[in-house]
Design a protein around this ligand. Structure first.
Ligand SMILES: [Zn+2]
Length: 145
């Protein structure tokens, strides 16, 4: 079975990922942009049971209702997030992966919030909002303060 590894910049946090992710997408959402400090990112979606933290315990932070983000409390590397609206799913930041080149995205999420100078000619589907069917009662980035 496929086994992938991830670690933060300082090495305090390490994880393994068993099997294939079920979804990989670019994300242009402005919440994630600010949380990560990057113009966009790529999220790798795994079922929670596929993710095992082998070393260290990620620190967590929540500002957006339903979303808990994780990061290394020592070096600040963004690790991922979980979403109450997407039960049992864990989204991992591509930069946390040991071999990020193995996770080619399948679509663009929150295309409507992309930065004006981001130009992509990859031919991937451009989804204006969430790429996953999420509990709508939790709101969207547009509805937040
Ligand atoms: Zn670290």
């Amino acid at each position: 079975m496929r086994l992938e590894h991830g670690h933060c910049f300082c090495g305090a946090i390490e994880a393994t990922f068993e099997g294939d992710p079920f979804w990989i997408c670019f994300d242009h959402d402005d919440d994630c942009r600010r949380a990560i400090g990057s113009p966009l990112t790529i999220w790798i979606g795994y079922q929670a049971a596929q993710v095992n933290f082998r070393r260290g315990e990620p620190a967590t932070f929540s500002k957006t209702r339903g979303i808990v983000r994780s990061f290394c409390g020592t070096c600040g590397t963004s690790i991922g997030y979980v979403d109450e609206g997407l039960p049992n799913e864990v989204y991992i930041c591509v930069g946390f992966m040991h071999a990020p080149e193995r996770f080619a995205p399948e679509a663009h999420g929150y295309w409507e919030l992309r930065l004006p100078y981001i130009v992509m000619n990859d031919g991937l589907p451009r989804i204006e909002t969430y790429t996953r069917a999420r509990d709508p009662s939790l709101g969207t980035p547009r509805e937040r303060e």
